[in-house]
Design a protein around this ligand. Structure first.
Ligand code: ANZ
Ligand code: ZN
Length: 819
């Protein structure tokens, strides 16, 4: 067959679409596979990372379809978000038009790769029907107290009078006008993900061996469970007086109660209420006030990256065990929203405390002893050891000291043992236009009231001015002004929209519901039960924390709200490696991108697919390589050339194994090994090492080409087409139809007979004359060879006695006999 990718690729893409080959079936008695590559953001064009992501998922989906599984392999668009709005600001386009135009471009690009997506489950998260159910979920969660409103800090550009997303803050300045960004406290909506911290952590254990362990670790660290002691420091009476009676104590949290006697100061977050009160009263030197204001204006995320800084507060607290007076500092390394926003500092045994103490010349006190400890003042000794200088707890080991000190605090009502999580509640409101509107209404008499379900979805107005100053929804009175669903009085809509992570937290559940029901159901109950969990979820490691955590969380919330029975959405996770060129990640800014369209235009989709799956195993980095692309193309061409040796038959030839020659056996063995390898690869034994499977196909094609039995060739060729179908589907379907009259693929199983390891032919001579042959496995022992040989030539041995046995391993047995 002449290889003409342009002609055959279009043809098969249309065939699949018209025949609905890739649509999931509603028969829930069939075995199922739900294969999902993370949906794309419609940025405008697909890149090689997308190609890789979707080719991996497609090969898996096609394989299982061929094995008679009912396969759900959907695609959609993560369509809300800032870039659409930024494009609107820069180019005066409308976010909606920009987004849907990009979707149709990118959908065409994906189609040109021959990806076997369901066409009938596709949606964009900015479709109003998707917003409807998301708003319903929001209201359900609000009614359950799972969403609350609280003041939080946001990046604020004083010039543009607008809230900035983190990505819009460049080195502390506004991306548009370069004004210095400040932190402004505003109302925000939060989801209580912390209510699920324990379950989110605990059920990671069920994913062990199914998710990459690195991702499990990242999730565990992000949730960050720690056990420790929480207790209050009382202010000294003079300090109480100084602050005017509005405070008499503050809480701290420590994971090292065993170091309690080593406390030499306390450090408070710059936002701590006590610090704020001092600032409000102006009871600090001017330079301290200024330094504090400066510290507060640095976004929390950046503080970890700058040198430690602090301000002495001129207050003292009483050590709960020793009664000593402990000085208070405000410090930029103390997080406002962890523990209680204040720490007992132990410079001798904590690195941060040590650094800070060194800078401000604060004393240190060693309380943990160990042979390995550095001498005091050189560095902090942060491991455990034996307690010293610790009163009644002297001599205890750290672990038991922790327990005993916590018990002591509890018995004396000084504090209590607590479990803290690093995980914070999820701030889900954004002061932007292009997002799902938050379905709440502010009523002057009723307060905050959820919109009536019958009024959902609340859609975005289209006639807005998007100029980068403020939230366009704020400036649209016709949209904003409404009636209160409770009292019917004049009210205003919430103008905040939702974080786009909300949309990507349930799209995989939505796909399980057939399109006909999207209007009437959030999720079809029977269908989510059938399809969930996702059998293979494929995407970039950059989503290892936030997206996966939010998606797991949302699934659990929807379960508790009665929408799904799923506990964990993603049964298996495959994190694909990056695509590199010249050793660097392909990116616009580096100017090293390869445009997938050009690749497809030049070589065809099958070459692109073969290249990305052959160049590296899915989880590894993939280095771009022009000659490997050409190699992939040549292999497909060779496959087409070889088709001429196929016997056109309606039934596959029956192979009589016993009579085959050595090369025939070898060719069959290679072919059936490839089939076996395919089974292993898709059972995720080696994280889908398509590269080794393809290599095996190449070897098998070579072996087939080396021998002349047309039946063997035909059988082998047919099997190779089947193994290659998930990888190079267009050409596989074309060849299958052309040479076998089949426009489909069926499951095949390797012939165990063909797989048997090659036996060697051993010649047997008696007194130097060849008297027979035996078949032996390579490397058989001398004893085994002799035994088999004697059996074989027994009639030459009758009445003789053997005087010498010579064995040449894997080759020959010679017996010297005498009457
Ligand atoms: C005294 C101490 C002595 C501490 C020592 C550690 C070692 P994890 O494990 O992450 O939970 N900490 C508490 N609240 C903090 C906050 N808001 N900002 C910054 N640091 C805070 O960390 C708990 C430890 O981090 C706590 O234990 C506390 O320092 C500090 F040798 O208390 B530790
Ligand atoms: Zn009202």
């Amino acid at each position: 067959m002449e290889y003409n990718p342009k002609a055959i690729e279009k043809k098969w893409q249309e065939h699949w679409k018209n025949k609905r080959t890739h649509e999931p079936l509603s028969d829930t008695s069939l075995p199922k596979k739900y294969i999902l590559s993370m949906f794309p953001y419609p940025s405008g064009r697909i890149h090689m990372g997308h190609v890789r992501n979707y080719c991996i998922g497609d090969a898996i989906a096609r394989h299982f379809r061929k094995q008679n599984f009912n396969v759900l392999h959907p695609i959609g668009w993560d369509a809300f978000g800032m870039p659409a709005e930024n494009a609107a600001i820069k180019h005066k386009s409308h976010p909606k038009k920009w987004t849907y135009d990009n979707i149709s471009n990118m959908r065409e690009e994906l189609d040109s790769l021959g990806l076997s997506f369901s066409n009938e489950r596709e949606f964009a998260t900015c479709d109003p029907i998707y917003s409807k159910w998301e708003q319903k979920f929001f209201i359900d969660m609000w009614n359950r107290g799972l969403i609350y409103r609280k003041k939080g800090f946001l990046n604020w550009c004083p010039n543009d009078q607008t809230v900035l997303a983190n990505e819009q803050v460049i080195e502390g300045r506004c991306w548009r006008c370069d004004t210095e960004v400040v932190q402004k406290e505003m109302f925000q909506y939060y989801v209580k993900i912390t209510d699920y911290a324990e379950e989110l952590l605990g059920s990671l254990d069920t994913l062990e061996g199914r998710w990459p362990s690195q991702v499990l670790t990242m999730q565990r660290n992000w949730i960050g469970r720690s056990e420790g002691l929480s207790f209050a420091f009382k202010l000294t009476s003079s300090s109480k007086e100084r602050i005017g009676g509005s405070f008499d104590s503050f809480e701290v949290f420590t994971t090292r109660p065993d170091t309690l006697y080593g406390v030499t100061y306390c450090a408070l977050a710059p936002e701590h209420p006590l610090v704020r009160e001092l600032m409000r009263q102006g009871k600090l030197p001017q330079e301290s006030l200024e330094a504090l204001a400066k510290m507060q204006n640095i976004p929390a995320k950046e503080r970890a990256m700058i040198p430690k800084e602090g301000v002495a507060l001129g207050l003292e607290a009483i050590h709960p065990l020793t009664g000593e007076a402990i000085p208070l500092w405000a410090a930029n390394f103390v997080l406002t929203d962890y523990g209680s926003g204040a720490v007992m500092a132990v410079p001798a045994h904590d690195e941060r405390d040590f650094e800070f103490a060194k800078k401000y010349q604060l004393p240190q006190k060693q309380v943990i002893l160990s042979g390995a400890a550095p001498s005091l003042g050189e560095a902090a000794y942060t491991e455990s050891g034996t307690l010293i200088n610790s009163g009644i707890f002297d001599g205890l080991e750290s672990e038991s000291a922790k327990e005993k000190i916590i018990r002591y605090f509890e018995e004396h009502s000084l504090g209590r043992g607590v479990i803290n999580y690093r995980l914070r509640d999820w701030g889900i409101s954004r002061q932007r236009y292009w997002g799902t509107p938050i379905p709440l209404i502010h009523c002057p008499s009723c307060g905050i009231v959820p919109e009536d379900f019958s009024n959902l979805p609340i859609t975005l107005p289209e006639d807005v001015i998007i100029d980068g100053e403020g939230n366009p929804l704020e400036k649209h009175p016709a949209w904003k002004e409404c009636r209160c669903p409770k009292c019917g009085g004049k009210a205003t809509r919430e103008t905040d929209t939702m974080d786009t992570f909300v949309e990507s937290s349930w799209y995989f559940l939505r796909y399980t519901t057939p399109k006909e029901e999207w209007e009437t159901h959030a999720l079809n109950e029977a269908m989510q039960r059938y399809w969930m969990g996702v059998d293979e979820y494929i995407g970039g490691i950059e989503h290892a924390i936030l997206h996966l955590l939010y998606a797991r969380f949302f699934t659990k919330v929807l379960r508790d709200l009665g929408y799904t029975e799923t506990n964990e959405p993603f049964t298996h996770l495959l994190t694909q490696g990056m695509v590199l060129k010249d050793g660097a990640k392909m990116s616009k800014s580096k100017g090293n991108v390869v445009d997938p369209d050009e690749l497809i235009e030049r070589f065809g989709a099958d070459t692109a697919r073969l290249f990305v799956l052959f160049a590296a195993p899915p989880t590894r980095e993939l280095e771009w390589n022009d000659s490997a692309v050409e190699g992939a193309y040549r292999f497909i061409k060779r496959l087409c050339d070889k088709a001429q040796f196929v016997q056109k038959v309606s039934l596959l030839p029956q192979i009589e194994t016993a009579t085959l020659s050595k090369t025939e056996k070898l060719a069959r063995k290679k072919v059936h090994e490839t089939l076996l390898k395919a089974q292993e690869v898709y059972s995720r034994k080696n994280a889908y090492a398509f590269n080794t499977l393809i290599a095996s196909c190449m070897e098998a094609l070579n072996a087939l080409s080396d021998q002349e039995n047309p039946a063997i060739f035909t059988e082998g060729y047919f099997i190779l087409l089947s193994v290659l179908e998930p990888i190079i589907p267009h050409v596989a379907w074309e060849l299958s139809q052309e040479y076998f009259g089949l426009a489909n693929f069926k499951p095949l199983t390797p012939d165990t007979q063909a797989l048997k390891s090659d036996s060697l032919t051993i010649a047997i001579t008696v007194n130097g004359k060849k008297r027979g042959e035996i078949e032996m496995a390579p490397g058989s022992s001398n004893e085994a060879m002799l035994e088999a040989a004697k059996n074989e030539v027994s009639k030459w041995l009758e009445g003789m006695s053997i005087i010498k046995e010579i064995v040449v391993p894997d080759k020959l047995v010679n017996l010297v006999v005498k009457p």
